[in-house]
Design a protein around this ligand. Structure first.
Ligand SMILES: O=C(O)c1cc(C(=O)O)c2c(n1)C(=O)C(=O)c1cc(C(=O)O)[nH]c1-2
Length: 266
């Protein structure tokens, strides 16, 4: 039976070990490895159009991650911490054009036959994708530094979900390859490095019960962001839902593609 971590709000501070255990419990119950869309993706139960929709929408998350990291970095007054955090920007943006995680994500959308300009314009993403990702960037900008750093702790759990996803996708879909999924390979070392640093910071800085509660809530919030992104895909492209006006409805998105379905022009 899943426990939805029904703990009362903290009154007394937890030990560092107990705080970490509580954070891991949040991930176990709320992270997107349990989402039905993620399960369908890794079990080969989606068709190509649904996988394309996932890659197209997730591009917006990828594109906004360095922006949220830059806003977080602007608030770090310790050069050592800034140096460490800076590696996240380099991971995504690369040292020069044609490198980095965003570029590797575009290799995935290219490989799936989506038009780069359409993907990069983000004009065809779902409204709920946009709102969820913006909620994350605004959270990091507006909340305390401790909460902002804690909200990245979902990365403690991402290697597990990435491993399952890549294995499942390679096994089940003939329209993806190791090359098109190359985005995920470096994440398996980058994410643990980043998550360790964030966890270390949180354990050192969240002493009081209210600070520890804020950290737990920040991680729950971030799990909700990722969950809401998959809910949006599930609703629009899997359930007998409806693709919202202006969002991608099928086809490559290139101007002259007769496969393009309705709904593309906002
Ligand atoms: O594929 C995934 O399931 C997954 C999850 C997450 C996450 O848990 O937030 C990130 C990523 N990927 C990722 O690639 C990434 O760069 C990333 C950055 C962050 C963050 O919060 O700063 N999360 C994630």
């Amino acid at each position: 039976m899943l426990n939805f971590e029904n703990h009362p709000d903290l009154v007394e501070p937890l030990s560092m070990e107990a705080l970490e255990a509580r954070l891991r419990e949040v991930g176990e119950t709320r992270y997107h490895h349990r989402h039905p869309f993620q399960l369908m993706l890794q079990n080969g139960e989606l068709d190509k159009r649904q996988v394309q929709a996932w890659a197209l929408n997730r591009y917006y998350y990828q594109a906004m991650i360095p922006i949220k990291d830059a806003s977080l970095m602007a608030r770090l007054d310790d050069p050592e911490l800034r140096r460490i955090w800076r590696s996240r920007l380099v991971d995504h943006d690369g040292e020069k054009a044609g490198e980095g995680g965003i570029e590797r994500w575009l290799k995935l959308t290219d490989g799936l036959g989506l038009d780069r300009d359409m993907v990069m314009s983000t004009r065809a993403i779902l409204p709920a994708t946009r709102f969820a990702v913006e909620a994350y960037t605004h959270f990091v900008r507006d909340r305390t530094l401790l909460e902002a750093i804690a909200s990245s702790l979902t990365e403690l759990f991402s290697p597990m979900v990435i491993g399952q996803r890549v294995r499942g996708m390679l096994e089940h879909y003939d329209f993806v390859s190791r090359e098109t999924l190359a985005y995920f390979e470096p994440r398996l070392t980058q994410a643990p490095r980043d998550a360790e640093m964030a966890l270390h910071y949180v354990k050192r800085h969240a002493h009081r019960a209210d600070q520890q509660q804020a950290v737990i809530d920040a991680l729950r919030f971030k799990c909700s962001v990722l969950w809401a992104m998959l809910d949006a895909l599930q609703h629009a492209y899997v359930l007998p839902g409806q693709v919202p006006p202006g969002a991608w409805g099928g086809g490559s998105g290139r101007e002259n593609d007769s496969q393009n379905e309705g709904a593309q022009r906002p």
